[in-house]
Design a protein around this ligand. Structure first.
Ligand SMILES: [Ca+2]
Ligand SMILES: [Ca+2]
Length: 522
């Protein structure tokens, strides 16, 4: 039966070149049932291979996606797709057996190859190498080999891949053998990911520095970063080093090698040359101004970029949307267990009160003044529980207001203001925070917010969860669904510098009142 179909196909496809293997009806049935996704060309839709596809049509397929399919071996039909431009076999159980090499060698037109998250070099396969295939794949533009458990010898020299623009080798075992990859021969490489590879020596001139736009070296063991000229670099990730923090050579500032850099991610406490630091700060300030201009165009701000609540007179400034590394790392000075693990969090833009809610503002809404230290109406209100704060917000919102307490993530993001300082407003506690005194007398942080560190502790909206960071969602986290305590942040005038740190967390009962706790508004 198969033979008849085979000859039938041959009759229908007179233009086939000699030696090209044909798809069988069985192949098509198997691929359809397995959910193999294809695209005939860049303009046609990505779809599960239709059961009624004509065998001849498969030879034209340009994109094939068979990711996340529990694949353990390369199926025999794969190497018949000789016209493929893009092949995605990520998230399977493939190892580097010869079938993979043979299949890839039959696809000289490949532009994008994704083999990430396969145990390619696990166990017995650890001795194998993909190097023989690079010669055939010289047209490759993007290569993804993240999480394949590969050492440098498994990848071999990548020099034949002269067209490569994007290379992802993250989550492997390359260590300090980067030179074996001959990356510096990839003159057209624009994005390189070597994150999480156990690298402790900065690869420097082993990198293809000339056209590089993005370099990810996060999650390694780096410490000293010697000078290498990388003038085209836009984004550089150096955060989460096991030996953190890193120290960048002063030449990065003196000769200002990173002229184009738009983003440099480092752990807190990393050493950056002054000129580079100033450049990054001015970029962040420019981004901030731009986003505030847009926000103010909608709400109408005063000359200081603030809007004022009519009922209370409270001033709010716009905090632009952004992402940051929340928490502190094990080993960081002052680190406490509930501050880890460090995790990326992104928050939407929001308006935040420039100061803690004052006694005068409380009085305007609630009629009385519960504060313990009644020294004047500009002093922060304290002796207010989380529940009391909710009462204030409810009354304030009975008009058109839509105020609430900030979430813990919003609080820490607003406190840090894109900076790497230990406190909300830098590394100098005395400049940023009150140990005793009135609200607003100290310097603002880069977002224009005062007194986040020190003065009074601040209630946040969330339930306190000691281990919440281990399972926190990335976008706009709201805290645990339930709890006993509500989050308190920032330390107070009667407290240690430890509590004034940007990352410090504390919680107390929502009914708890003391002359040391107040709140901001969002
Ligand atoms: Ca405070
Ligand atoms: Ca704490």
């Amino acid at each position: 039966m198969k033979k008849i179909i085979f000859s039938l196909c041959l009759c229908l496809l007179p233009s086939l070149s000699v030696g090209q293997e044909l798809f069988t009806v069985d192949d098509i049935r198997i691929m359809h049932e397995a959910g193999v996704k294809i695209q005939f060309d860049a303009n046609s839709p990505l779809q599960v291979l239709p059961a009624d596809t004509a065998p001849g049509d498969l030879l034209k397929v340009e994109l094939l996606n068979f990711s996340d399919a529990s694949l353990r071996r390369i199926p025999p039909w794969l190497k018949r797709f000789t016209n493929l431009r893009r092949l995605d076999l990520s998230k399977n159980g493939l190892d580097a057996d010869s079938d993979l090499l043979e299949a890839l060698q039959a696809m000289p037109k490949l532009d994008v190859l994704n083999l990430s998250d396969n145990p390619l070099f696990e166990g017995e396969a650890a001795a194998q190498s993909l190097a023989p295939v690079w010669q055939t794949l010289s047209n490759l533009g993007e290569l993804y080999l993240s999480g394949t458990q590969g050492a440098a010898k498994n990848f071999g020299s990548l020099a034949p891949l002269t067209s490569l623009r994007i290379l992802d080798l993250s989550k492997n075992r390359i260590g300090n053998e980067v030179s074996a990859l001959e990356l510096n021969k990839l003159a057209g490489l624009e994005e390189l990911n070597l994150s999480d590879n156990g690298i402790s020596t900065f690869p420097g001139t082993e990198l293809p520095v000339r056209n590089l736009r993005l370099l990810d070296l996060s999650l390694n063991n780096l410490r000293e970063i010697p000078y290498v000229e990388m003038n085209d670099l836009l984004i550089w990730h150096l955060q989460n080093q096991k030996n953190n923090p890193v120290r960048l050579d002063d030449d990065y500032g003196d000769t200002f090698a990173l002229k184009e850099i738009k983003k440099l991610s480092c752990d807190r406490g990393s050493y950056l040359p002054d000129r580079l630091k100033k450049h990054l700060e001015s970029l962040a300030q420019e981004r901030l101004r731009e986003q505030r201009r847009e926000a103010c165009a909608q709400r109408g701000c005063d000359d200081d970029g603030a809007i004022t609540d009519a009922a209370t007179g409270m001033k709010f400034v716009y905090i632009p949307a952004g992402c940051f590394e929340m928490g502190s790392a094990d080993g960081e000075e002052g680190h406490e267990n509930d501050e880890g693990p460090v995790h990326e969090v992104c928050v939407d833009g929001f308006w935040m009160s420039k100061y803690e809610v004052t006694q005068g503002q409380w009085q305007k809404i609630m009629g009385g003044n519960p504060a313990n230290f009644q020294k004047g109406e500009n002093y922060p209100v304290e002796q207010v529980s989380w529940d009391d704060a909710q009462g204030f917000i409810k009354k304030l919102n009975s008009g058109t207001g839509k105020y609430r307490l900030p979430t813990e993530a919003e609080w820490e993001y607003a406190c840090r203001a894109n900076g790497s300082g230990k406190y909300c407003g830098g590394d100098e506690l005395d400049a940023a925070a009150w140990h005793d005194g009135n609200s607003g007398g100290k310097a603002a942080n880069a977002f224009g917010l005062h007194d986040m560190s020190g003065n009074v502790w601040e209630w946040c909206a969330d339930w306190y969860g000691e281990k919440y960071y281990a399972s926190s969602p990335k976008d706009n986290p709201q805290g645990p669904d339930s709890g006993v305590h509500r989050v308190l942040r920032g330390g107070g005038f009667f407290g240690s510098s430890q509590n004034c740190r940007a990352v410090d967390r504390f919680g107390d009962s929502p009914e708890f009142r003391v002359g040391l706790i107040g709140f901001p508004l969002q």
